[in-house]
Write a new protein. Structure first.
Length: 96
């Protein structure tokens, strides 16, 4: 029996492994590029038309996911602050 990943409990690469695993049983269609914008392979001009933004690792820029989110999607800071306030109010410890 073929597995998607070495670790049967891992979902780390499911977005890549699953299509590779089922490509011979199910037809796979590509979405138009605006459905998944990623800094590594999409132009800055196309970001305005993006329906989703993938915070994929850009090999040129070495930065953490939160720093990347704040840079690529400035509104992220507002959402992050709101979520932190909700979690603090609910009694969850927020690492910062």
């Amino acid at each position: 029996r073929r597995r998607c990943t070495e670790d049967p409990h891992s979902l780390a690469n499911l977005d890549q492994d699953l299509p590779n695993y089922v490509q011979h049983q199910l037809p796979i269609f590509s979405l138009p590029p605006e459905w998944l914008w990623c800094e590594s392979w999409c132009s800055e001009e196309s970001k305005a038309r993006a329906k989703t933004i993938d915070m994929c690792q850009n090999p040129v820029k070495k930065e953490g996911k939160l720093q990347q989110a704040r840079r690529i999607a400035p509104e992220w800071t507002k959402y992050d602050e709101k979520l932190e306030a909700i979690m603090t109010k609910a009694g969850f410890h927020v690492a910062g």
